[in-house]
Design a protein around this ligand. Sequence first.
Ligand SMILES: C[S@@+](CC[C@H](N)C(=O)[O-])C[C@H]1O[C@@H](n2cnc3c(N)ncnc32)[C@H](O)[C@@H]1O
Length: 246
Amino acid sequence: MPREWDATTYDSLPLPHLGWGRRTLARLPLRGDERVLDAGCGTGRDTEGLLDLLPDGRVVALDGSVRMLDQLRERLAGRLDRVEVVHADLTKPLPFDGEVDAVFSVAAFHWIEDHSALFAALAARMRPGARLVSDCGGRGNIAAVNAAVAEVTGTPSGGWEFAGIDDTRARLAAAGFTEIDVQLRPDPAVFEPGEQLESFLATVILGPRLDAMADADREPFVKAVAARLPEPVADYVRLEISAVRG
Ligand SMILES: C[S@@+](CC[C@H](N)C(=O)[O-])C[C@H]1O[C@@H](n2cnc3c(N)ncnc32)[C@H](O)[C@@H]1O
């Protein structure tokens, strides 16, 4: 299974994800009675937005982190009758019944290295004609942050797939998608220097690195990376996908 997340700290951060979520919701045309998969739903901020757009529909809220899903259950208490909460890995056959009418995803796909397996797993659960809209880190994402990490550690950062336009188009076509539109959008996020920047780095970007470190090494590492950034900015580049299951 994918790694665990600190869901409480995550929800307390000034997340650029809010804007990415709003933008991605706006790209998904809905009637209101569909069944939609929120792939890598996290703590359910956009699952809630989807429920608002689906008065007669349902959401399959799927994530690989138990703690994120616990937080989602708290957030959506009272509305869970229209939510199927699924703990699963998006690169494996997805363990829920039937098909969905659309797939929505924000800030999740770049955490998955095998995008061919991801798109195949999604396509297998989408009815023909179902639309995928997603946002995630794309080619060039957080290059300055990764340069700072490399300066501190002496090794390049890894564990993400920051895909480009042509490779993504080819992978989507191979998984059976049509009407493929893929864009890259530079979208830097500015933080207050100090605690806010460091908390964001520790909880979101550097999480997998910190998992592998002794407790005592974590804070100095985060501070060292933050100190090497030319400005308190996460230099995000978003990969935005819209495609239809053929
Ligand atoms: C940055 S969070 C984004 C969460 C939410 N979509 C948002 O915008 O706030 C990335 C999420 O992707 C999930 N994730 C990463 N790899 C996954 C995988 N292979 N299968 C399922 N979920 C995964 C993580 O558990 C995490 O909740």
